[in-house]
Design a protein around this ligand. Structure first.
Ligand code: PA5
Length: 406
């Protein structure tokens, strides 16, 4: 079973959605034409290089033998996809831990991580498309120095893995000069659309998550004749709700393991759509926890938002409550009751709600989710009339920050 979108509580009519069909078809045509910059991710699940996936798996086996801790150094699109996927899916119990550096500029955060390097064998995986991002460059040099101190130069080089542009950037230069094992970030795929390239796949494979399953899930979405229906209706619903004054999309999940998946969606939507004075502001909510903090606002606060509910239908485990007033009920029963109850209550208060049903959280369905959100995002951005694949605002702050430093 595939993932499905329910917009029956969105307050939108079928006619309103269908009225955008020509605009959606035009967006899809642009995405699939192969002529637009940075659309390499669209056909990737159908055309990816099987030998490269084989190489990723082989290199991940080497890393798994070398270390108990892989520190991935990168930020934004060079980190969130891997972090989100590793958190969401079942890992192999004896796989190395995967932790992330360069995701902020906190000395406290990195000092703690450095201390962990003393306790076990370590490898580094540095990821940067541009090869010039401040957070990545700064922390890679700190961790590289520590690695050399721990193992000596020759052994340290064997424990550094680089994922960057094929030709350009300081990281590529260093990789070639030092002889790090490396992978290429395809030039036609931007950071936030790169999780199914080596950027995501190598760290995910090290954690023991089934990367072939991910690619198969994405392939069924890209290859299926109906795949565009639900992605399109979700994309159109988002666009129409923004037009009706709902400027915030409150993306909700009931599985804590999806916290970083929502962070990944926030980057995807925020950077792709938030430009030229438009875009939906993506917010993340973890339920039921946030019902006890944000629930009041959602029910009765200013109506500037709609809700998108990530509804995982089947859980691999359950627990029965052994005593008390809920004796005999299970946690999954209660979680399902919360999903239904919250939708009912908020919908009655007039909040538009979109529900995305995910059959289960395995690699296959997660691969579907990745492709579904990437496609929906690109369509909505095109309906909004903005370029889904640039991030001029991000570049602006990077430039200003560099002026401060150099
Ligand atoms: O989506 C994007 O392009 C950005 O978020 C980048 O991934 C992020 O800024 C990191 O850039 P780089 O991979 O060049 O270090």
């Amino acid at each position: 079973m595939d993932l499905r979108v329910d917009i029956s509580r969105s307050g939108l009519t079928g006619e309103e959605i269908n009225a955008k069909k020509d605009a959606v078809d035009a967006a899809l045509e642009r995405l699939w034409s192969g002529k637009e910059d940075f659309t390499g991710w669209v056909k990737l699940p159908l055309e990816y290089d099987k030998n490269e996936v084989e190489r990723i798996l082989n290199v991940s086996d080497i890393i798994r033998q070398q270390c108990g801790l892989l520190i991935v150094i990168g930020i934004g699109g060079s980190y969130l996809g891997a972090k989100a996927t590793i958190d969401a899916l079942e890992k192999e119990p004896d796989a190395p831990q995967v932790k992330f550096a360069g995701i902020n500029l906190s000395a406290v955060y990195h000092a703690r991580l450095l201390r962990e390097m003393d306790l076990q064998d370590v490898c580094l995986c540095v990821i940067s498309k541009s090869g010039t991002t401040v957070e990545t460059t700064a922390t890679f040099n700190i961790f590289k120095k520590a690695l050399i101190e721990k193992y000596g130069k020759e052994e340290a080089v064997k424990r550094i893995y680089a994922i960057t542009d094929e030709k350009n950037g300081a990281l590529r230069e260093e990789t070639e000069a030092e002889g790090y094992t490396s992978f290429v970030i395809p030039s036609d795929i931007g950071g936030r659309y790169s999780v199914l390239t080596p950027v995501g796949l190598l760290p995910i494979a090290v954690a023991g998550v089934d990367i072939r399953g991910l690619l198969q899930g994405a392939e069924t979405m890209a290859g299926s004749p109906e795949w565009d229906f639900d992605a399109s209706s979700y994309a159109v619903a988002r666009f129409l709700l923004l037009q009706k004054g709902k400027a915030v999309e409150a993306i909700q999940h009931y599985e804590p393991s999806l916290k970083y998946f929502v962070e990944w969606i926030k980057q995807l939507f925020g950077e792709s759509e938030g430009k030229d004075g438009t875009g939906l502001f993506p917010a993340g909510l973890e339920l039921t926890a946030d019902l006890h903090s944000m629930g009041q606002f959602l029910q009765q606060g200013s109506q500037i938002f709609f809700e998108t509910v990530l509804n995982v239908k089947n859980s691999p485990v359950d627990m029965t409550i052994p005593a008390g007033p809920l004796e005999g009920k299970t946690l999954n029963q209660l979680n399902r009751a919360a999903v239904r109850g919250v939708i009912e209550a908020h919908s009655s208060a007039g909040v538009p709600i979109i529900r995305i049903d995910i059959p289960e959280l395995d690699a296959f369905h997660y691969g579907q989710l990745i492709y579904f959100f990437e496609t929906s995002c690109a369509i909505t951005a095109m309906l909004m009339g903005v370029n889904p694949f640039d991030q001029p605002g991000v570049e602006a702050y990077k430039k200003e920050m560099k002026k401060e430093i150099f």
